[in-house]
Design a protein. Structure first.
Length: 186
């Protein structure tokens, strides 16, 4: 996806429509991924935290039983046919399948397919839950994201990499070791 035009980083005020956009895809994904799902599809990321400014892109977690090569190939095929654009060169691809829709320059959704109960899925849920439970923590995160967006308005990966230490701190406080993540290419 690096060769394609990409959408900039521009946080927006929380929009209740994000929950609706999640629900629409949750139901579609539940059907598409039924053979592999191990738990319900979840709304994660900043758009899942009421009141938090966020990039207007809904993050979705699909917790699956396995990411073995056969399951990976089948899920990529099914999700691609369902309108999801797969990132085959994801540097974090050993722990997830990552998709977006409808296209990089006009994203509405990101999809993280990860093993249920695995480090990545656990971290995504714990981080969301920590922000939902602590308004001061969510406000601190919002300030960080706003600064990073000002500094990196067209560099999505630099924006994401800049949040890593904050995310690690929140997860450590929740008693969760953050998955070892390779920085995204900038």
């Amino acid at each position: 996806m690096a060769e394609r035009a990409d959408m900039g980083v521009s946080p927006a005020a929380h929009d209740p429509a994000w929950a609706v956009a999640f629900a629409e895809q949750r139901d579609r994904l539940a059907v598409l991924l039924a053979p592999w799902l191990a738990a319900p599809v979840e709304h994660v990321g900043s758009t899942a935290v009421p009141g938090l400014r966020a990039k207007p892109v809904v993050d979705v977690l699909a917790p699956v039983r396995s990411l073995d090569s056969e399951a990976r190939a089948a899920m990529v095929r099914v999700l691609s046919a369902g309108g999801w654009l797969y990132w085959p060169d994801d540097p974090r691809g050993d722990t997830r399948l990552w998709f977006l829709r409808p296209r990089p320059e006009a994203r509405t959704h990101h999809l993280h397919v990860a093993v249920h109960g695995g480090a990545r899925a656990t971290a995504l849920l714990a981080f969301r839950d920590a922000l939902r439970a602590d308004p001061s923590l969510a406000a601190e995160y919002e300030r960080l994201k706003s600064r990073l967006a000002r500094e990196n308005p067209t560099a999505r990966n630099a924006y994401t990499n800049g949040k890593a230490e904050f995310v690690a701190r929140v997860l450590r406080a929740a008693g969760i070791a953050r998955p070892v993540l390779e920085e995204l290419p900038e």
